[in-house]
Design a protein around this ligand. Structure first.
Ligand SMILES: Cc1cc2nc3c(=O)[nH]c(=O)nc-3n(C[C@H](O)[C@H](O)[C@H](O)COP(=O)(O)OP(=O)(O)OC[C@H]3O[C@@H](n4cnc5c(N)ncnc54)[C@H](O)[C@@H]3O)c2cc1C
Length: 473
């Protein structure tokens, strides 16, 4: 008998689940019918690339962390490996805005941990006291238990206040659009706690990895020839080409502009309520939407689970992309971009110099900048009208980078309630939600076990394996 599996949400988590289900069902000769529902008019969720006048503009993610293998594996399986690109090594480097100046991140700082003494000692980024404090990290006794703490508490404990303010907050909290005073270290950067536990110190742990010449940012696939090296990986034509390749590979029924409004128990499966009084039956349902959308769907089915899902906080984030003529951008002339610590009190959070970081993003003679706004720091900036926002962004670019010229192209992408906040205790709360979930209902996506593209792909694959195993029952 055909087993009906519904996937609700055609973002990267849902599409990855559909792909793995289709592949494994065929391999195991299972009669599975997959139906995907998405509220919007296009598949891919936050993966969206625009091509305008020779520019490649990412509305959402522009790359993924290569050390997590799931994205690269999927891209290889889809026959897209030749499209993988690494960041351009000739422009390597990042600036931090410190007290109004742009200070390069010292060489040898791996994520936030100094591993080379001389560049670190000479850097103007930290005060002499902070450098000493960071160096003393090797003598600070490690925390041995696996209890959670905030990113801020962890960094203060190991490396001190300045390391938090000038590096960890803009970099590590910035990646998650999070508030470092709330962000769970165990849910977002467990690797640091593992290093602390294993080596007694982050610096010693990083040095040991350096000696073994396998620093953490090296991609998991770096042993394979022909694949790009470097911490972050992208696709030549933009991240949406992954969605296009998935769509070509998928034979599932895809219903766009079809939000699932409510899920009701029906026998051993579910009845999905769609618009215009339409319904669809599914033996299993994979909920691959934001947690608050999943909560609305299951509020009758399981009020308790719905309440837990609703409690996951989200913040609004946005990206403004601006194109300039190369000669209109005076400084700095190198680097992938600028991190802006919260204490600098600016209206924007970070700038990626997209055309320096990735080849082929702008035509000859032009540059592309990606400016991040909103997040947990500045909800007020997210709320501005497009006109006021653009004016604010341009003022910030003038103050921070000395750009006075008119941009030749502007695109603003707003993502309301886009970034799930992994507050302290997140992993325990997610484990409890998963335990409360009926076996044939699966929760996947950026709200749960990782926000990055590879994390969402991994969650899709694991849910697909679990769902397929249940078809045997
Ligand atoms: C600006 C920005 C930059 C980012 N940069 C990076 C980066 O560089 N690298 C990285 O790894 N990650 C990055 N991320 C994070 C990453 O893009 C997301 O975490 C990931 O794409 C989320 O995928 P998802 O499938 O969980 O959810 P989504 O992409 O949000 O997909 C959920 C889908 O559910 C659908 N839906 C909602 N409600 C319903 C309903 N009732 N019925 C049916 N369908 C519904 C939506 O239409 C949507 O298509 C970024 C995110 C943003 C916003």
């Amino acid at each position: 008998m055909t087993h009906h599996i519904a996937i609700i949400g055609a973002g990267i988590a849902g599409l990855s689940a559909a792909y793995h289900l289709q592949k494994e069902a065929a391999r195991q000769d299972r009669d599975v019918h997959i139906t995907i529902f998405d509220a919007s008019a296009r598949p891919g969720g936050k993966l969206r690339t625009e091509r305008i006048d020779g520019f490649i503009i990412e509305a959402g993610p522009d790359s993924y962390f290569g050390q997590k293998p799931d994205a690269t594996q999927l891209i290889q399986e889809l026959g897209l490996a030749h499209e993988l690109i690494g960041a351009r090594p000739e422009h390597k480097g990042v600036y931090i805005r410190e007290n109004g100046r742009l200070v390069p991140l010292p060489e040898g700082v791996m994520l936030i941990i100094p591993t080379r003494i001389i560049p670190f000692a000479l850097s103007p980024l930290f005060s002499p006291w902070a450098k000493l404090r960071m160096g003393l990290e090797v003598f600070i006794p490690p925390r041995k238990d696996d209890g959670d703490e905030t990113l801020a508490d962890f960094i203060r404990r190991r490396l001190g206040e300045e390391a938090l303010e000038r590096l960890a907050e803009p970099l590590l909290a910035g990646i998650h659009n999070a508030d470092a005073e709330k962000q769970s270290i165990m849910a977002t950067f467990p690797r640091f706690r593992a290093l602390e536990k294993q080596h007694g110190s982050l610096i010693r742990g990083m040095m040991a990895m350096r000696r073994r010449s396998s620093p953490p940012p090296a991609p998991a696939h770096s042993a394979q020839p022909n694949l790009p090296r470097g911490a972050f990986i992208s696709l030549r034509e933009g991240m949406e080409s992954l969605v296009q390749a998935l769509m070509q590979a998928l034979k599932a029924d895809l219903h766009l502009q079809t939000p699932v409004k409510r899920i009701q128990a029906q026998g051993s499966g579910f009845l999905l309520h769609l618009a215009h009084n339409q319904v669809a039956y599914a033996d299993q349902a994979l909920l691959a939407t934001p947690a608050y959308a999943a909560a609305t769907m299951i509020s009758d089915l399981s009020p308790k689970l719905a309440a837990g899902l609703r409690a996951i906080r989200y913040v609004d984030t946005g990206v403004a992309t601006l194109a300039y003529r190369t000669e209109d951008i005076p400084a700095p002339r190198t680097g992938y971009g600028i991190l802006i610590p919260r204490k600098e009190n600016r209206r924007i959070n970070a700038i990626t110099w997209t055309s320096r970081k990735w080849a082929g993003r702008a035509p000859e003679g032009y540059e592309l900048l990606r400016v991040f706004f909103g997040g947990s720091r500045r909800p007020d900036v997210f709320a501005l009208s497009d006109e006021a926002l653009l004016a604010a962004v341009r003022e910030e670019l003038r103050d921070i980078m000395g750009i006075y010229a008119e941009p030749t192209l502007v695109r603003i992408h707003r993502w309301p309630r886009a970034s799930a906040q992994y507050d302290v205790g997140h992993l325990e709360r997610i484990a409890a939600l998963e335990a409360a979930c009926p076996a044939n209902l699966h929760l996947i996506g950026s709200a749960y076990r990782g926000v990055g593209v590879p994390d969402c792909i991994r969650q899709g694959r694991i849910a697909a394996e679990r769902a397929l195993a249940l078809t045997r029952a």
